[in-house]
Design a protein around this ligand. Structure first.
Ligand SMILES: Cc1cc2nc3c(=O)[nH]c(=O)nc-3n(C[C@H](O)[C@H](O)[C@H](O)COP(=O)(O)O)c2cc1C
Length: 202
């Protein structure tokens, strides 16, 4: 059975990024019906209208992945009560040239991890505002605010059981959200989506 392709973009690009660690846990716990696509957004240059019609290979590769994706999952850090510029840059690239917004009508989810108590609330709500404008259908509930306090081991593996359960709950809701929103024409006989009733156990 065909899998649901979820492009997962991480707004943290540092080597030891907390959000990269969260991404690995989220990927690890994805239901069988989900195929995770990802892209290192630090590979693409700053957006400029001078090059939007003739973008470099990294942008072409990124745009191909957006086209291929059935849905998009954003995992964002919080920078100064917003989401990082590197993520906005990637989103801007996907929205251009004018009239060729590749994000249009994609089901989307938003998660985030921070070291402080606000749990990326500010970042996620700024991000949701941008995604709404670009006509992505962002799942409202459950919200996923994650304050990392010793949740990962020294290898960056998630050890906190409560967070694992919450990720599983998020995946159940997000899979349902995506299936509900993918047009029936795309779910035709050749693309029948599997629906996991139970998350994988680890
Ligand atoms: C420029 C900058 C601004 C930050 N602003 C916030 C903030 O507004 N709220 C917050 O919770 N953490 C803030 N932090 C701390 C980040 O949550 C922390 O560095 C986190 O590890 C970033 O995610 P990452 O490791 O995935 O890059 C900030 C960090 C930086 C570098």
């Amino acid at each position: 059975m065909e899998k649901i392709r979820v492009l997962t973009l991480v707004g943290g690009i540092s080597r030891d990024s907390l959000n990269k660690k969260l991404y690995h846990a989220v990927k690890e716990r994805a239901p069988q019906s989900i195929k995770i696509l990802t892209f290192d957004i630090s590979k693409i240059p700053f957006f400029s209208q001078d090059i939007e019609n003739d973008p470099p290979d990294s942008v072409i590769e990124f745009k191909d992945l957006i086209r291929e994706a059935d849905a998009v999952l954003f995992i964002t850090p919080e920078y100064n009560r917003s989401f990082p510029g590197v993520l906005k840059n990637a989103i801007d690239w996907g929205s251009r040239p004018y009239g060729q917004n590749l994000w249009d009508k994609k089901p989307a989810g938003v998660m985030g991890a921070t070291v402080s108590n606000v749990g990326t609330f500010g970042a996620q709500h700024h991000l949701r505002q941008v995604l709404a404008y670009l006509n992505l259908s962002v799942m409202a509930q459950p919200e996923f605010y994650f304050t990392s306090k010793n949740s990962f081991d020294e290898k960056g593996v998630l050890t906190d059981e409560k967070t694992k359960k919450f990720i599983d709950q998020y995946w159940r809701a997000f899979s349902d959200w995506i299936i509900k929103l993918i047009p029936s024409s795309e779910k035709g006989e050749s693309r029948e989506f599997a629906k996991d009733e139970h998350p994988p156990t680890h």
